[in-house]
Structure formats: structure tokens, C-alpha cells
Design a protein around this ligand. Sequence first.
Ligand SMILES: C[S@@+](CC[C@H](N)C(=O)[O-])C[C@H]1O[C@@H](n2cnc3c(N)ncnc32)[C@H](O)[C@@H]1O
Length: 309
Amino acid sequence: MAAAQANSEGEAQKPSADTFRLFSSAGSGVGIFDDAAQQVPAIPPPPCVEVLASESDVPSSAKHNVEPVNVDGVTLLKGRVNTRQVFGLSNSDLVPGKYEGGLKLWEGSLDLIKALRSDIKSGLVSFGEKRVLEVGCGHGLPGISALLEGAAAVHFQDFNAEVLRCLTIPNLNANISGKSQPSPSNLTICDKAEVRYFAGDWSEVDKLLPHVSTDAKDNGGGGYDFILMAETVYSINSLQILYNLIKKSLRHPDGVVYMAGKKYYFGVGGGTRRFLSVVEKDGVMTSSLVAEITDGSSNVREVWKLTFK
Ligand SMILES: C[S@@+](CC[C@H](N)C(=O)[O-])C[C@H]1O[C@@H](n2cnc3c(N)ncnc32)[C@H](O)[C@@H]1O
């Protein structure tokens, strides 16, 4: 992830308002790469597991220090832990097959929240009573936002169970706890919201996800109404398995995927456009650009919406 830019502490910076351009018109995805994804030697992924919110095996070194993040006038809370505390690894963005960057808050997740809030304000989106899956959640702030906007179910997925235990679950608790200050008190949580956490590789985690339908065209209520994902399309080697997962997991025919990421990730080969070329090749989903962010803190970032044709 050579192109990812962050502040001096390795954390995402809030995109500036004047460079966040929203697009309302739908357009087809732009496929500019057609060559097959590069093959790399397979490293067996960690097993897929459901992580229970009650699990409390957080290493004492990974103390969850909470700090506020302001996104578009809403304050969310996030923890700060690093790879040394959680994995015993030197500070690193990515260790392929072992750690996929979930401990850091990437800029795309804030872009995603901002785009969602804009669509909520314009009446294009409502999370009320909806099922949401956040794929590659890390901190999980987009999923937490959906929960605070009244989603009936939010399921969080990350490659690493440790990320869910040490960061996502404490983040969620901090944001819904009345004791936390400042609290996002202008938002409400659905009384009976179902929140669950799933760790594992995209190639097999669908087997654990409760709302994934065995039949992609199931009209009997299977699938998630919304799939949210930020900064998940950086590696060309994972684009196809990620696409397969979202195609299996999205409710047919009305589900919507919100994807935030960089247009290109120099050094690792992926990017939003490369992912869209995988989508376009399959031909069952269509894409539209929601926002483009050119704030100078990194290369161009984008938010896209995907739906079934
Ligand atoms: C760069 S981090 C982004 C984290 C968070 N969405 C954000 O924007 O701050 C990429 C995330 O994708 C997930 N990920 C990457 N490759 C994966 C794979 N092969 N299987 C499952 N999850 C994967 C990891 O869980 C990781 O948290």
C-alpha cells in the first residue's frame, strides 16, 4: 500500500469539504485493465470464525485509547492500537496473509461515511430496518454509522479476529455507550439491532455470514441490503474473491454496495477502476460514481455505488 497517505501517526486525515465532489448521475463502471490478476503463491488464510462481542481476550498491551473523529459534523469515537501491541509485529500497513491493514483508520472510510450521510440527507438512502455488512471493516466506523442511523443488523467482517476484538468491538462499544464523551447523541440506534463480527478470508467467509443466500437470485429475503467497504480494493490478487463475496452477499435485486478507495494503489496494483473492470466483465452489476476526492493528501480517491442490473 505504498500510495496510502496519512498523517504523522499513520492515521487518516479528514478530507477537506471543498475537494469532495459528489456525482448524482449514474454511469457505467470504467474498466481500464483487462489482463488477468497476477498469481501469487498461496498462503493458507487464518480460519473463518465468528468473534463474540463478549470475548475479552484483548492483550493488556493493546489498551483501547479512545479519540474523537469528526466526519461532516458528526463525532465518532475510535481507538488507537498498533500492530506491535496486537500482533507483535513491527509497525506495518500490511503483512500479506497475516495482517491486512485493519488496525489503521484509512481515509476511504471517512469518505464513505461522508458519501452515505450526503445520500441520507438527499433521501436516497435510509438504513432504518436494513441489514448491513461492512466488508474489511478495520475500525468499522461506516458500519457503526449505519447502526447509529437505525440499521436492524450490522455485521462486521475483517481478515483478522484480533482486529475485531481489539478495535472494532471496543469502537462500537465506545460509540454506543452513553458514558463516552463526546457522544454521537444526535443519532439513534434501533432497539433490537443485531450486531455480529466475522473474521476470515473473503474466499470463504460467506459460509459464516448469516444473511448470505445460497441462491444469488433468491427473492425470499436473503442477502444484505447494504454492503459497505472502504480501502478493500488495493490488491489485484483479491479483487475477484472480493467481487464473488459481494455478489453472493448482496440482496437481489435491490441491494446496494458502497465502495470507497483510491483510484490506483501504486506498488500493489489494485484500485477502484481495476475492481470495476472485474465487475464489468461479469456483467451482472452496474456502477455509478458517487464522489471524487482530490484533497492532495493522497492520490485521487473515489466512492462508487454498485447495484444489480
Ligand atoms: C486497508 S484495510 C481498510 C480498513 C478499513 N476499511 C478502513 O478503511 O480504515 C483493508 C481491510 O480489508 C480486509 N481484507 C483485505 N484482504 C482481505 C482478504 N483476503 N480477506 C478478508 N479480508 C481482507 C482487512 O480486513 C482489512 O481490514
